[in-house]
Design a binder for this molecule. Sequence first.
Ligand code: PLP
Ligand code: COI
Length: 366
Amino acid sequence: MASPAEAALTFSLEPNPAPASDATRAAVLANPGFGTHFTDHMVTIDWSEGTGWHDAKVSAYAPIPLDPAAAVLHYAQEIFEGLKAYKQADSSISLFRPDANAERFNQSATRLAMPTLPESLFIEAIEKLVELDKAWIPDAEGASLYLRPFMIATEAFLGVRPAKTYKFILIASPAGNYFKSGAPAVSIWVSDYTRAAPGGTGAAKCGGNYAASLVPQGEALARGHDQVVFLDAAEHKWIEELGGMNLFYVFDDGTILTPALTGTILPGITRRSLIALLREEGLTVNEGRYSLDQWREDATSGKLVETFACGTAAVVTAVGKVAGNDGEFTIGSGGPGQLTEKVKARLVAIQRGQAEDTHGWVRKIA
Ligand code: PLP
Ligand code: COI
């Protein structure tokens, strides 16, 4: 629950005195890439024990001063989110399920012993930044403004315990295709490393999970693949998820399977949305487990016809090839399957306001 002071928090605005020129911004928007360019402003909100959330501010995008003893730098007390703002055909701007990101942010906060942020503040921060920096939303098909809310422990203290001060920060980055290759289907590498163990932080969106995935992801890239796929920690048998995406399998009898949320994978908002959309189509979507051996066998026999990965950054992306120490196999024709294309089109149409939003997922900003 927000304290009365937090509920009444107002954002101060210190406009960037030297925003990017129209020409600089246009050059960035013509080829945004992913995660390399940032808008003119950011949002910060501080938290301290006793006071709670205070000092909500929209100011120029800039480096932040941080004490070298800040807890985040030593024990990785950090969490983040990822969501997108889209320009609609009528030039209005929309967000997709920001309330779900706020909810997951707070679940991650709780797991990392951090304070929760009232959902209204999380969404207001996003709306304020997107409104102010809306000129940074790319127009190109498939492009959007990627929003990165995160929270760090700022207290200067080297003891291992939850910090007593935190900073919430929101930055925005114009985004194009997440995969550099831009290929219609990606190739993935089955890692010998594990991403998350039962009882660990796999279901939280915390930086530490991603730090631990860099070596496995690097191995995947070095072998010529686009992403790493992780198996479970206990048996090294059951397929969990990719470095930054959830997985779906499509079978020849029309049923669909996605790994169940057992605490070791991230509860993706795209995953949750696709399950709802597929079930509305009358399709059976099971949540369960699927082994690497079964995956290989079913892909070879033709029982498995498609596999796709999904996430905010990658949207819906077909998996065409799977490789590991035991060799590799191709899924379907190696390109995007029919259902993958269909469900991607349906999701994107809702996100971009081209299809009716019957779920109340789309939140218009302006
Ligand atoms: N799994 C991991 C490890 C991720 O980093 C992400 C991306 O956020 C996802 C799954 C997909 O989650 P979402 O659909 O909420 O973006
Ligand atoms: C996202 O899809 O938002 C992610 O966070 C994935 C990756 C960029 C970490």
